[in-house]
Design a protein around this ligand. Structure first.
Ligand SMILES: Nc1nc2c(ncn2[C@@H]2O[C@H](COP(=O)(O)OP(=O)(O)OP(=O)(O)O)[C@@H](O)[C@H]2O)c(=O)[nH]1
Ligand SMILES: [Mg+2]
Length: 402
């Protein structure tokens, strides 16, 4: 038997001692009959139940490693810790509560082995898959809504199952992952750029022992997590939304300034002051918020480029709306609609100019290269996990591969 396992199964646990003997026995029965050399890594967050003793006992028979974390709690970071420790060519992540059938583990690995998939999901919602009969309507709706919200990130039918497989070589630098909540599978699928996702049908059973650890707070974390993943997958959509929000706030500033200064300054000067104030306001907020990632510093040069971009937008808006009214019959009697189209075209072009010319990514390089080396290095490396004291973990050595 090769000492490097083909497969690492990662199981995060919190107070799952009662489920472990059955899980481990059934898992190794499945991988033995499929002749897959397997190691099991259990990442427990110091449950305070009999997890340590039970794992010690099981590790006499099975290649099992227990990692006990005392400095952190959370399903996603526990899985990431397991991924970090994995030695197998393929990795399967599953729950401890026997919701995920251990007998399906070889089937999850197979499409990775054959090259048919980059990511495999044990799926409840494909043909042949099912959930426990007494699954509540609340859980069903919850799972479906969560899946629907992720539709822009994956077309998989069950990305929330928590039972999945990936090649170890597909894993990106784990310190770049940023999952909050419990949808670590979705995080890996998106950030590791897995193109081919295959879903293998499973029967999702209800837990027999113990309690669910997932609550309403996790739903809120999921929304935050989704926002981050959408921003990662579609950076310009989110940035454009911020740009538009800044634009609307600038309109309010413009009108308020105009109104306040009109009695004292008269029409022409008050109008100029309103426009100038709004432009400065927009410049500052776009620099700080919309294009914050570029590190663009406040400067006369970038301010003038911004004003030029705004002016180009204004000219474009003016020509587009007049052109539409003069040339297109449908707009001749609809000047407001023509003005609206002009404004939209100008907003897109204005955004593009800001993105490419005013707050370009080039300016980030310039800023970083002027920073002392140590600061650049520190800001580039974000630890995903606080360092663990050696005393904090109990690692039971693997005895033999199945
Ligand atoms: N290490 C670690 N594992 C966790 C934590 N929270 C949950 N888990 C484990 O993650 C897996 C999924 O958690 P569950 O509580 O079963 O969540 P669920 O499947 O949505 O809910 P139920 O099946 O209804 O109980 C289980 O193996 C848990 O023991 C945690 O904070 N740390
Ligand atoms: Mg569960």
């Amino acid at each position: 038997m090769n000492s490097t396992p083909d497969l690492t199964v990662v199981v995060p646990t919190y107070q799952e001692a009662e489920n472990l003997p059955e899980l481990v026995t059934r898992l190794f029965a499945a991988v033995s009959s499929a002749q897959v050399a397997t190691e099991l890594i259990i990442v427990d967050d110091n449950s305070g139940d009999a997890t340590v003793e039970i794992c010690e006992e099981l590790s006499r028979t099975f290649p099992l490693r227990l990692i006990t974390r005392t400095d952190e709690r959370g399903l996603a970071t526990a899985v990431m810790r397991g991924l970090e420790e994995a030695c197998g060519r393929y990795i399967v992540v599953m729950d401890a509560d026997l919701s995920h059938p251990p007998m399906s583990v070889p089937a999850l690995m197979a499409p990775l082995e054959s090259g048919a998939a980059d990511f495999v999901i044990g799926s409840r919602y494909v043909h042949g898959g099912s959930v426990a009969e007494d699954w509540s309507l609340w859980r069903f709706v919850n799972s479906k809504v969560a899946t629907f919200l992720a539709v822009g990130l994956t077309t998989a039918k069950d990305p929330m199952a928590g039972f999945f497989a990936i090649r170890r070589s597909s894993l990106v630098d784990l310190s770049t992952l940023n999952p909050c909540g419990y949808k670590i599978g979705l995080e890996l699928m998106v950030r590791c750029g897995c193109k081919t996702v295959v879903e293998v049908p499973i029967h999702f059973a209800d837990r027999k022992h113990g309690e669910s650890k997932l609550n309403l707070r996790e739903q809120w974390l999921y929304i935050q997590h989704l926002t981050r993943l959408y921003a990662f997958r579609y950076p310009d959509v989110l940035r454009f939304a911020k740009f538009a929000a800044v634009g609307v706030s600038g309109l309010v500033v413009d009108l308020m300034t105009f109104r306040a200064s009109l009695p004292g300054l008269g029409l022409a000067a008050a109008r100029a002051l309103g426009i100038g104030t709004a432009m400065t306001w927009n410049y500052e907020w776009n620099r700080r918020v919309t294009f914050a990632g570029t590190g663009e510093q406040r400067s006369v040069g970038s301010y003038l480029r911004f004003c030029t971009a705004c002016l180009s937008g204004a000219v474009l808006s003016w020509t587009t709306s007049l052109g539409l009214m003069n040339v297109v019959d449908a707009f001749q009697q609809r000047p407001v609609a023509a003005a609206l189209v002009g404004t939209c075209v100008a907003a897109v072009v204005n955004y593009a100019l800001c993105r490419i010319w005013v707050f370009s990514e080039r300016s980030q390089e310039t800023v970083e290269s002027t920073l002392p080396e140590a600061i650049v290095a520190e800001s580039a490396i974000l630890p995903f996990e606080a360092p663990v004291q050696p005393d904090d973990q109990v690692v039971l050595p693997a005895r033999k591969a199945a």
